[in-house]
Design a protein around this ligand. Sequence first.
Ligand code: THU
Length: 159
Amino acid sequence: MKHIHLNTSFLSLEKADLSSEERNLLDRALAACDKAYAPYSGFQVGVAILLDNGQIIEGANQENAAYPMCICAEPVALSRAKVQFPEAKILWMAIRVKNEAKPALEPAAPCGSCRQIISEYEGRQKARIGLLLQGQEGLVYKFDEIAPLLPLSFSRKFL
Ligand code: THU
């Protein structure tokens, strides 16, 4: 028998510790929250993706009266980026959240499905996607890739 330990680590930073490019991407993600259609949860998620061609692509969650049909902000932004610029690589994704019920003062990590989707896009482009997470204000969590958020991920290698 073998005990296998999976360690996860990431950086927790003040916004002032980030580069101006990173701060700009986080600002764009917060602005994208206003494009969310979230009348049911009141929880707005905004994403801004930086591509290696310099373009920034936004996404926001799109809810539905049939609740399971709600689409998260991450796949909205990733699909838009890949369809608009199929050859470009995704360098960074900033994800911000706003909550009508109470101020979101800490980052909200992407849900399990979104982690799997981000992992697939990393596999497609054969390069890591960095993540910057922040609430409406407060600390920023920085990940260089999806792996720390999705250890032992399922991928095409099993098929
Ligand atoms: N949501 C996202 O957009 N991304 C996530 O990773 C988690 C949840 C959205 C879905 C729904 O519209 C609202 O947040 C509340 O779950």
